[in-house]
Each structure stands twice: as C-alpha cells, then as structure tokens.
Ligand binder design. Sequence first.
Ligand SMILES: [Zn+2]
Length: 174
Amino acid sequence: MSTESNHPVPVPPTRLRTSFFMDYPVGLFNGRFAREMRDNGRLLGIVCRHCGFSLLPPQAVCTVCHGENFEDPNWVEMGPEATVAGFMTFNMPYIDSNDLSVKKGSSTVGQLMVDSPGKTTGFLWHFIGEVEAGKLRNGMRVRAVFRPKEERQGLMTDILYWCPVDSDHPTQGD
Ligand SMILES: [Zn+2]
C-alpha cells in the first residue's frame, strides 16, 4: 500500500521570523585589543615569541609557526601608520559584519601593512579615505583616523578609515 496521497493537500506558506541575539566573550586577547581601540585609540598586537611574526589583531596561536603565546604574550603597539600593500574600490552595498546593517556607496578598501616592532608588519584590511582612488598607490603611507572617543565601541569601526600621512587632517579622535 502506498503512503502517498492521491490528493495532496497544499501546504500553506509559512513566514518565520526569528529574533536572534548572541553575546559571546571575545576572549582575553581580542578583549584587550578592543578595549585599547575604544579607550586609548591605539592598535595593540602581539609579536610571536617563537618566530617574531606580528599578529594583528592579536591571537594566542601564531598564524605562521603555530607557536602558542598564552603565557607572557609580547604585547606591542602597532601603527598608527601603515603602508598600503594593495587596494580596491567597490560600488555595491555590503553587509557590515559588526551590526549586520547594509552599507551603501562607494568605498575603497586597502590591504595595510601596519607598522610593528616585530619582524613583520601587522596586516589589516580596512577603509582608506580622504584620497581619490585614482591617486592611491601601493607603498603609500597612511595613518589611522579613529572616531571621537565618545563614539568608540571597541569595534574595528572605531577606526573610520586610514588617510594619507601627508594629509593635513586630524588623525586622532582624542
Ligand atoms: Zn610564530
């Protein structure tokens, strides 16, 4: 005997809305990294004690040598200047991963080699501003422009963008 009905009954469409909230600790290292951006407007990373590679944002296990930096991590200030290693401009909406809002407009994003006392620079992707994309060059020096202190939240968006070092605009929020 077949279990299939000869007279299938349509299933009514279902509209499902689920509110989804999630709080999670960012961890010892990223917590300090976020607080330093929010409270002091500076980038704090780790230089791996095993290989000297710069880890920005900081992480306990090194990307390069997989050495652990849990005990006595070598915290260092990185930036506020960096060298542009590559960049692209995109003209499409994107979802801001910090708050899931949709951002529109044209943005230039750069791969930045952030100054560090380690053997290597730190690496970040971030926005580049105050310069026309046509005037951007690899090797250009840029500086982090932080939001005013009262607007910072401990997110990567505490840095508004990076601007050319020779710009005469203010570069720190406080
Ligand atoms: Zn390492």
